[in-house]
Design a protein around this ligand. Structure first.
Ligand SMILES: [Zn+2]
Length: 324
């Protein structure tokens, strides 16, 4: 329990990140922030969590989704189904398709994973090549579509048992990521925008029209500044009580990554894949897309800063150093 009315319900996921934090806010409307995945283990964790404070699945009146990743949205359909009265499910419009057409989105997404792997020069014997079907089937198990959603906008206020919750749009981790601010409690629900001791993976949303995802994320990190004194309840792991320090640390980490990449580049073209192996070492296969997407963002930022040039040679992206 984080306040009299806010309870964390920890929901297990099958993913490397571990359990996801969902938050029940008592009062009217009875509100749940994020849901966890669709699985029998997740459902019983949710039911147990709700029961422990005197509620059931069918009592939830409002679901606020911080973003459209399956570990946060997967169980929404189950909760909507359990409810006989009204229930509203809120998500930012830029992530809405991920829940309104879960299958279509996952299919397209897994296709784009294989495409980015090729574009970065990943060796053709890598396990990601040809694994699109397997990956899609895996993710499809843990979520489902919910067609009736409401679209929340930046600055919009939604009622809750702890007063109005204000939506803060923070694109980066995903294009439609939002935080919810509860001024009466001095609490910010940060989703995966800011996590305590792990990276928010600001490059994995590599599609989209808003430019380099990592730069978008930096802008969004600056957006939380007015709430530096707030307690942060994140989507994974423990609460963050020193937000301003955490933001400073995050900027320092990315600065270090940019410098390391800049110092690694030479006048000899290196593929994004090869560069990712130097920057991130011998990462496991399931971190490949993450490493590639981040490395690509880094060289695009270096190019924008006139420190590097990105070349396309036979449909593969390479980077070279330039001294600007
Ligand atoms: Zn996420």
């Amino acid at each position: 329990m984080y306040s009299k009315k806010i309870h964390r319900i920890l929901v297990p996921t099958p993913f490397a990140v571990g359990a996801v934090n969902t938050y029940l806010i008592e009062g009217s409307p009875l509100t749940l922030i994020d849901t966890g995945v669709k699985s029998s283990m997740a459902k019983s964790a949710m039911v147990d969590g709700l029961n422990s404070v005197g509620y059931g699945l069918e009592d939830i009146e409002q679901i606020l989704l911080t973003h459209g990743h399956v570990d946060h949205i997967g169980l929404a359909g189950t909760i909507v189904e359990a409810r006989s009265g009204d229930i509203s499910v809120w998500i930012h419009e830029d992530d809405a398709i991920r829940i309104t057409d879960y299958t279509g989105y996952i299919e397209e997404r897994m296709h784009s994973y294989v495409e980015i792997a090729k574009e970065c020069g990943t060796p053709s014997d890598s396990s990601i090549m040809g694994s699109q079907r397997v990956l899609a089937d895996y993710f499809l198990r843990f979520g489902e579509s919910v067609e009736n959603v409401s679209l929340v906008q930046d600055g919009q206020k939604l009622p809750s048992g702890v007063g109005d919750l204000q939506c803060l749009w923070v694109p980066g981790h995903s294009l439609g990521s939002v935080c919810y601010i509860a001024p009466e409690e001095s609490v910010m629900f940060s989703g995966d925008h800011i996590l305590g001791d792990i990276s928010s993976n600001p490059s994995l949303d590599f599609e989209g029209s808003l430019g380099i995802s990592m730069l978008r994320y930096f802008d969004s990190l600056r957006r939380v500044e007015p709430f530096h004194k707030f307690k942060v309840l994140p989507g994974h792991r423990d609460p963050i009580t020193n937000l301003s320090e955490r933001v400073i640390d995050l900027f320092a980490d990315y600065d270090e990554k940019l410098h390391r990449a800049e110092n690694t580049l030479t006048e000899e073209p290196i593929s994004i894949y090869a560069l990712s192996r130097i920057l991130y070492g011998d990462y496991p296969d399931d971190s490949l897309v993450l490493a590639l997407a981040e490395t690509k963002d880094i060289v695009l930022i270096l190019q924008q800063n006139k420190k590097a040039r990105v070349l396309e040679i036979e449909n593969v992206l390479y980077a070279v150093r330039i001294d600007g």
